[in-house]
Design a protein around this ligand. Sequence first.
Ligand code: SF4
Length: 214
Amino acid sequence: MEKTNADNYEQMQQGLMLPVMEEFCTVQGEGHNTGKAAWFIRIGGCDVGCSWCDVKESWNAELHPLSFTKDIIEHAVQQAVRSVVITGGEPMLYNLNPLCEGLKFSGFETFLETSGSAPLSGIWDWVCLSPKKNAPALEKYYNIANELKVIIADKSDLEWAEICAEQVRNSYCILYLQPEWSRFREISPVIIDYVKNSPKWNVSVQAHKFLRIP
Ligand code: SF4
């Protein structure tokens, strides 16, 4: 029997189908896990609307075909790596419980990249929270984040970074300031000076862009 849009919507609500934009093996380029080889799953759909977003083609979920979660897991299982980074778009717009359960059952470490703007689902070994001014993160993410990564495009973003850092509720969360790529040359010296005077912060650079890998 042919599947209808209503069937697909129901399966998406249950996390049994997801709009996958792309899946690829690469090396994590940002934050604490920089340099770690991983299978990336980029899920389409984001309503946060960052002006400097470098994956704007991810925003409209309807442009990305729905895949069965069991197939997404199977693609990961076929890889040599046993680490998966789930990114977007904003992956928390979806129920990721079945995806994470399948990945954990298959022996994967699961890494999340999120703005924290939508309710949490899934099972995570590492949560990278990157809150955005236009859609602030829910409180829960500040309680569980392993790293806080604030993107700095201009000086005023440093105030936003401090507001975010004040909300972190665990002592093990690593704090990162990351230059926005298109403003890298101008803003990096500002960030470096800032970190020298406020050493609770670390600098994250987008190593994958220097390496010219996805
Ligand atoms: Fe782009 Fe991420 Fe911002 Fe969404 S939250 S607009 S995917 S940078």
